[in-house]
Design a protein around this ligand. Structure first.
Ligand SMILES: NC(=O)c1ccc[n+]([C@@H]2O[C@H](COP(=O)([O-])OP(=O)(O)OC[C@H]3O[C@@H](n4cnc5c(N)ncnc54)[C@H](O)[C@@H]3O)[C@@H](O)[C@H]2O)c1
Length: 254
């Protein structure tokens, strides 16, 4: 089966789908024939991203919702499943807090922000996975991709700790959903110049990260989209419970 045909008619839910990686994932999946369901706490950007996909001939629906809101996620997954004749084929757990505000040391951030960071980045993944799982069990070719981070391999930040938990949950959910034919993998991006990062990042940080890479190019959304397309495709049918680092060699390790 060609990769293009594989996505035709499948329902793909992408959290944090209004901008950055999430919008790029939705756009790439819709371009291959999937119905992209974009979920974002900022409902306006989710709707706008979906409208842009539709204007380019793709199928997409935008929903406003917080990934930590159990009732809202249950509602959205039910609506997404209805688009696919009762099922969901792909879930991309991408929504995450990673701005400067949430990248500070714990003692500067304070407990309220640390709690929100773990709630969105970790419990959000659990909430959406639980909400979607019953619609994915037994669907041929069903898979999930969680977005972790190279920060999780490096230690020393609360943000990295949330992403370390995402890597761990990837293995846990792969084990729990494996018998039902649902594969679960993660991508661990290095520094990628999405709009938010490009706007926030001081040039000296960019230079410091680049110096750690083995490949000197800038990391771009397309690199992460390509990894997502591999992990959700039939080419990865024997791959589950893995965390794929896409960092230009920055976070290499054994
Ligand atoms: N850009 C990078 O360099 C990089 C590197 C490693 C990992 N990541 C991870 O990739 C993911 C996406 O990053 P990005 O650069 O595209 O980010 P971004 O900030 O551009 O987009 C994230 C989207 O998620 C949404 N969101 C935030 N909290 C939410 C919530 N509670 N519920 C629903 N939606 C919510 C935001 O509104 C936003 O539209 C994040 O999980 C981030 O931690 C990014």
């Amino acid at each position: 089966m060609s990769e293009g045909n594989f996505y035709k008619g499948r329902v793909a839910v992408v959290t944090g789908g209004g901008r950055g990686f999430g919008k790029a994932f939705g756009t790439a999946l819709a371009a291959r024939g999937a119905h992209a369901v974009l979920v974002d706490i900022d409902g306006k950007v989710a709707e706008e991203a979906a409208a842009e996909i539709r204007a380019n001939g793709g199928q997409a629906t935008g929903f406003g919702g917080d990934v930590t809101d159990e009732a809202r996620m249950a509602e959205i997954m039910a609506a997404a499943a209805a688009l696919g004749g009762g099922g969901i084929d792909i879930l991309i757990n991408n929504a995450g807090l990673h701005s400067d505000e949430y990248g500070q040391p714990i003692f500067k951030m304070g407990l309220a922000k640390v709690k929100r960071l773990f709630d969105v980045n970790v419990i959000g993944v659990v909430t959406c996975t639980i909400a979607a799982a019953d619609y994915m069990r037994g669907r041929a070719g069903a898979s999930m991709v969680n977005i972790a981070s190279s920060a999780g391999h490096m230690g020393g930040s609360a943000y990295g700790d949330t992403k370390l938990a995402v890597s761990g949950l990837t293995i846990t959910f792969a084990r729990e959903l494996g018998p039902d034919g649902v594969r679960v993998n993660a991508i661990s991006p290095g520094l990628m110049l999405t709009e938010t990062i490009a706007a926030e990042l001081p040039p000296e940080t960019k230079a410091r990260v680049k110096a750690m890479q083995m490949i000197g190019d800038d990391g771009k959304e397309e690199h992460i989209v390509d990894a997502m397309l591999f992990l959700t495709s039939p080419q990865a049918s024997f791959v589950t419970g893995e965390v794929l680092r896409v960092t230009g060699g920055m976070a290499a390790g054994v």
